[in-house]
Design a protein around this ligand. Structure first.
Ligand code: PMP
Length: 358
């Protein structure tokens, strides 16, 4: 499931010197965006195709069907759900409605690139709090970094890029420590990959913490990244403020059809999650066996601490998300790609492919 690379010509081409041969590997696998390796299920494709026949028509002016569908699925009231163009679009809407330029946004760093990017767009001051040595968000340090100027706090569960999960007790203590005037995004983009023991009762948490917003997406476990569907759930005044910037005609009819069909196909999607997480565990074990201290991940990616990890992958034609210290985050679940990763880290020829999950 490799993918071609788009090359943008930034300058006039010059003739390459024979002495200088830039090192260039063609990309065989793109593992840089933590996508789902599986294409949409046939039933989801059929549902989307059905509505595309009416693509000359506008969708609803303000989305009502999608929040209703999601709310019914989660056992919530539709007023508690705001939908948008991926979790990214919804996060931008949260920033625009709840913060003012010059306010601070506090998060564990590194994190999902979207947060610093959108903070910059909105004129927020970023307050990155380093992850601990195990790749965990340091919640006490994040709480200490909150001050008078803080406009927003973000906690990811699981965390991107390390896949670590903050224990529920620590999360609850953290939420009590953050002043109620400061909104907290709990980013659950990868929540569907969590094991049963790590799931939390989000509704109960929302009841106890009116400053909490839980952000989710259909891009990851549901495999619909190209359709751009995300949502946030919350309570009362806060969620109403976020809804105020709902973009007219901003959610397509295809999104509604895809979500309805995906909810109807939960068992098939769950089977895919099992395959992805089984591949993840097998690859992590094999990499740890080679002495690479890969944190235990609860998402559809693994974090390979640097230095050199990103370079090794690039030389093997594997596109990963690279970090300043040479670390890399790779998407897992594509068996062929997972074996290519393992091969890249087996320089002495001690390569034994990981078995394919049945
Ligand atoms: N949050 C996290 C933690 C993510 O990793 C991502 C995507 N990489 C998103 C939000 C945004 O997802 P999307 O906009 O595709 O819904």
């Amino acid at each position: 499931m490799g993918r071609g690379v788009i090359s943008i010509r930034l300058a006039d081409e010059t003739r390459p010197s024979r002495l200088h041969q830039p090192e260039r590997a063609t990309t065989r696998f793109d593992l840089s965006l933590s996508e789902n390796p599986f294409p949409p299920l046939p039933s989801v494709l059929a549902a989307v195709n059905g509505v595309l026949a009416q693509a000359n028509r506008y969708p609803e002016f303000l989305p009502r069907r999608l929040p209703k569908l999601i709310a019914a699925h989660l056992g919530l009231h539709p007023d508690q759900v705001v939908v948008g163009s991926g979790a990214t679009g919804v996060a931008m809407q949260i920033i625009q409605t709840l913060t003012t330029p010059g306010a601070g946004i506090v998060y564990g760093a590194p994190t999902f690139d979207g947060y610093p990017i959108m903070a910059e767009m909105a004129g927020l001051d970023i307050v990155p709090v380093p992850l601990d040595a195990g790749g965990n968000q340091d919640l006490p340090a994040i709480a200490r970094a909150v001050d008078q100027r803080t406009g927003l706090v973000v906690v990811c569960r699981p965390h991107n890029p390390t896949g670590t999960v903050v224990p529920v007790g620590l999360l609850e203590a953290f939420l009590y420590a953050v002043p109620r005037r400061v909104p907290v995004i709990l980013d659950e983009a990868y929540v569907e990959f969590l094991g049963a023991a790590d799931r939390i009762d989000t509704s109960a948490l929302l009841h106890r913490h009116p400053n909490l917003l839980v952000l989710r997406t259909f891009s990851k476990a549901y495999g619909l990244a190209g359709l751009r569907i995300g949502y946030v759930i919350g309570n009362g005044e806060l969620i109403n403020r976020v809804r105020r910037l709902q973009l007219p005609f901003g959610v397509s009819s295809a999104a509604v059809a895809a979500v309805a069909a995906s909810y109807a196909a939960e068992p098939e999607l769950a089977a895919r999650i099992v395959r992805i997480t089984a591949e993840r565990e097998a690859l992590r074990n094999a990499l740890c066996h080679r002495g690479i201290p890969v944190p235990r991940s609860h998402a559809n990616f693994l974090y390979l601490p640097g230095p050199g990890a990103a370079t090794t992958l690039r030389r093997a034609g594997i596109s990963a998300k690279a970090y300043l210290d040479g670390s890399a985050r790779i998407t897992v679940g594509d068996h062929e790609a997972d074996n290519a990763v393992l091969h890249a880290f087996s320089p002495r020829g001690d390569f034994a492919p990981i078995p394919e999950a049945s």
